[in-house]
Design a protein around this ligand. Structure first.
Ligand SMILES: Cc1cc2nc3c(=O)[nH]c(=O)nc-3n(C[C@H](O)[C@H](O)[C@H](O)COP(=O)(O)O)c2cc1C
Length: 222
């Protein structure tokens, strides 16, 4: 069976969403996927980043992480986004990345991508759900297949119970309040599983078996 190609595209200033991206990568690899962890371009001025030692340390720690581009999205069967909440919404850094995909969208290369989203905020009701849903609005324009965790696993309750996507509350020092690792693992596995269904379930002239092997062509008696 073909490996699912998963792009994990994140933005993070103090490391939370980077950690969630790394957990997603761990889960994806354990579930047989080929993974790329990718950050989006920082737009905040260096002077602002340097004001906060946690932000500065995070930028230094992740200087070697590849910056996401359209080729990564074209490559991917599935995409997991992870971004912190900014005034109840997506950070401009992630929004710009999405807005730069107009060319790929125009070529029809974003349709049927299997996507899912995660987020964080300083307050449990500080906009975590609206950030995830805001990203899903763009995904609907792409014709992507949005995979939400819903309440499909006990880990979601342990993580604070957000059915739209795993989200975590994080204090000013960057410490996560809820234990969300298992929820990230579950959401990632579910995303990969749906991506497998998508690959298998395409209506084409080819007849495939349960291992996605082509065993004939429609109309030839197979
Ligand atoms: C400009 C700005 C706006 C923010 N807006 C919110 C908000 O609306 N609600 C909230 O609970 N936290 C808010 N936060 C806190 C961030 O969401 C929090 O620092 C982030 O989730 C940590 O993720 P990271 O470690 O990946 O950067 C804001 C932070 C900044 C810098």
């Amino acid at each position: 069976m073909d490996k699912i190609k998963l792009a994990i595209v994140y933005y993070s200033m103090s490391g939370t969403n980077y950690q969630m991206a790394k957990w997603a990568a761990e889960s994806a690899e354990a579930n047989g996927a080929e993974v790329r962890i990718l950050k989006v371009t920082e737009l905040a001025p260096e002077s602002v980043i340097n004001e906060n030692p946690i932000w500065k340390a995070h930028v230094d720690d992740t200087k070697d992480v590849k910056i996401a581009d359209s080729e990564d999205l074209d490559w991917a069967d599935a995409i997991i986004f992870s971004a912190p909440t900014r005034f109840g919404n997506l950070p401009s850094q992630m929004k710009q990345f999405i807005d730069l995909q107009g060319g790929l969208w125009f070529e029809g290369k974003l349709m049927n991508k299997v996507v899912s989203a995660m987020s964080s905020a300083q307050n449990p009701h500080g906009g975590q759900e609206s950030t995830v849903r805001s990203l899903y609005t763009s995904m609907m324009h792409w014709g992507a297949i949005v995979v939400t965790p819903g309440y499909t696993d006990d880990s979601i309750f342990k993580a604070g119970g957000n059915p739209y996507g795993t989200t975590v509350t994080v204090d000013q020092d960057g410490n996560m309040i809820e234990d969300v690792k298992d929820a990230v693992f579950h959401q990632t596995k579910r995303t990969i599983e749906v991506a497998h269904w998508m690959k298998k379930g395409k209506i084409t002239d080819e007849v495939i078996n349960e291992d996605s092997e082509v065993i004939g062509v429609l109309g030839d008696g197979s």
